[in-house]
Write a protein that binds this ligand. Sequence first.
Ligand code: SAM
Length: 345
Amino acid sequence: MAGAVLGTSDWYRHFGTVDAPGSSACYADWSLHIADDPALIARIDRWPHNKRQPLLLLAAARYLGAEVSPYGKFRNFLDEHWADVSRTVLSRATQTNEVGRCATLLPSFAAISAAEQKPLALIEVGASAGLALFPDRYSYEYDDGTTVTRLSAEPRPAGQLAAPEPPVLRCAVSGAIPVPAKLPDVVWRAGIDLNPLDVANNDDVAWLEALIWPEQDFRRKRLRQAIGIAREDPPLLVAGDLNEQLMSLAGQAPADAALVVFHSAVMGYLSAGGRSRFRSTVQDLAASRGCHWLSNEGETVIVQEDGSTVVPEMAAGRLRGNFLLLHNGRPVAITGPHGQSLDWL
Ligand SMILES: C[S@@+](CC[C@H](N)C(=O)[O-])C[C@H]1O[C@@H](n2cnc3c(N)ncnc32)[C@H](O)[C@@H]1O
């Protein structure tokens, strides 16, 4: 029992010293205080293991109205709202839908479309609300001065609402990145998620906003803009396990489009067996129908051809805190986890 308590405390200490600093001073402070608050850790330990993760508790508190504050005030908030915090933690999951990741995927999407000389059909597995399924509807600013913007939307008849403003996704770049001159055409898009979030559902939207760290207003702004775009043309999202649903969903993709199966920040939720099964499924799909596979994941869960979880030719330190982007199993870039950077290999 003592071991379980220690484990949760360590999890919050790690979040407060490694994950949060640089992104959220408030979450760093709260997490370190929680790590040293045995009474609260004991309450958190009554939840199932996968519900004890720091971001889930912090997002639940924010969803219920906790404001940026010194720890004492936050602790009082938790005491006063514990039943609701518990209910939220037990009914929700960390489903951050980070639209910024499109900036790190765009060059690969465009290169695939150009190489195949076909428009794209996209399937995102672990899609959350499906906001990364609209890379052709956003604008991009890479810090080498390259911009890729959507041609202005069709003018709308008088009386209709103006087209929603696209988010501008900013990304620091290095290496010889094949930034495209224009956005690729996407003719079909669909996602799979255990629990798809609905951009038309205000509770789901409030949860997506709560998952963004308090100080990161720029992420909240682009989330809201992306939701505005997705609400106009909601993506097809299938509820279920990615390993169960991929083949049948791929069967719906138009045959004359280049199919791309992609995922970011998803493989960590699968067991090693689930990841291995997914690799085989994608390979079967590539052999039977033809598809490209883009995997954008953290270093420890990268699915390798031989079943190993590291990229042999790369020093682990280069990847720490970042994601690796693989195209058909081959490393092509190191990416910032929220799409903030793209280091082409
Ligand atoms: C951290 S979110 C990332 C969402 C999205 N890929 C993005 O980059 O914004 C992970 C998502 O994967 C989904 N997920 C986890 N395991 C899954 C599975 N076995 N099958 C389908 N979806 C899964 C979760 O429900 C969650 O929405």
